[in-house]
Design a protein around this ligand. Structure first.
Ligand SMILES: Cc1cc2nc3c(=O)[nH]c(=O)nc-3n(C[C@H](O)[C@H](O)[C@H](O)COP(=O)(O)OP(=O)(O)OC[C@H]3O[C@@H](n4cnc5c(N)ncnc54)[C@H](O)[C@@H]3O)c2cc1C
Length: 244
């Protein structure tokens, strides 16, 4: 079933599974009658999930990446970073139960892999892991990739298992939120990178993303069309979103 909200089609879904992929990343699987009809096929596609809010407030729409799609069963799984109770998305995910009902809007654009690229550079914090994992899985055989990923600690690293052609540099934010420490920016700046004919994908906390993008454009001279970047959240701002 689907309904309309502000002229947008919303799909009615129900939570059928909840697992903790890592201590701070919770996978929510939803099922819905209209989900088999959705155009989902690219890594990094996302949707707006309307999560319940406390009191009489209407549900709040938050962006989450589609991590798995099972067309036959009409199921979508998305992974939520549990960053505390200060936002409705994270607060709801921390208490989610099978049977919870959610409206979802989308799907929205994903990442088009340039199959001719000589190498890939990826950078992101925990919120970008679902998209980065999907991009790494979709890269052509033999395509080298260097990924810079900031998570809270070592336990979060089990989120993905890289292919031997893929080098992952893990950064640990410790007591701070991943994406806010400056560690990932420093790691990218210090790295020896293959920038010839490369393709770049960066997402996560807005200031972090902008700093890495500026470095790759200005210092490494990577051309603008080779870089796709998105601010997935911004420290101190609710429901922040930006794309270049
Ligand atoms: C295209 C796209 C895809 C995304 N995919 C994912 C995904 O797959 N998984 C995922 O977890 N997130 C993803 N995000 C990020 C997610 O939408 C934001 O983190 C969102 O702000 C979370 O909503 P909230 O209700 O928890 O917090 P909000 O109400 O938006 O914010 C409340 C407070 O929490 C802070 N905050 C928000 N996010 C974080 C965070 N990650 N860490 C620490 N503090 C935070 C804000 O700065 C603010 O102060 C994606 C964003 C975009 C634009």
């Amino acid at each position: 079933m689907h309904t309309l909200r502000n002229n947008r089609t919303l799909h009615q879904t129900e939570v059928v599974d909840i697992i903790d992929v890592t201590p701070r990343m919770r996978r929510i699987t939803i099922v819905g009658e209209s989900l088999p009809l959705l155009g989902i096929g690219l890594p990094g596609q996302w949707m707006k999930v309307f999560v319940p809010t406390p009191g009489d407030e209407p549900p709040a729409g938050r962006a989450y990446t589609i991590r798995q799609f099972d067309r036959a069963f009409g199921q979508i799984a998305f992974d939520v970073v549990l960053h505390g109770d200060d936002g409705p998305g994270s607060r709801w995910a921390g208490r989610a139960r099978r049977g919870d009902r959610l409206d979802v809007g989308g799907p929205r654009a994903g990442h088009m892999i340039d199959r001719g690229a000589a190498s890939y550079i990826l950078a992101g914090d925990a919120t970008a892991l679902p998209a980065i994992a999907a991009i790494l899985e979709a890269l052509p055989d033999g395509c080298r990739a260097a990924a810079f990923l900031e998570v809270a600690d070592k336990a979060e690293e089990r989120y993905l298992t890289p292919h031997p052609d893929q080098t992952i540099t893990w950064l640990h934010s410790g007591i701070f939120f991943p994406g806010t420490t400056g560690l990932i920016e420093r790691a990218v700046k210090a790295a020896s990178l293959e920038t010839e004919d490369c393709q770049v994908w960066i997402a996560g906390e807005s200031s972090m993303m902008r700093s890495i993008r500026a470095h790759l454009l200005l210092d490494r001279r990577i051309i603008h069309p080779a870089i796709e970047s998105a601010g997935y959240w911004k420290l101190g701002t609710a429901d922040h979103r930006e794309r270049d």
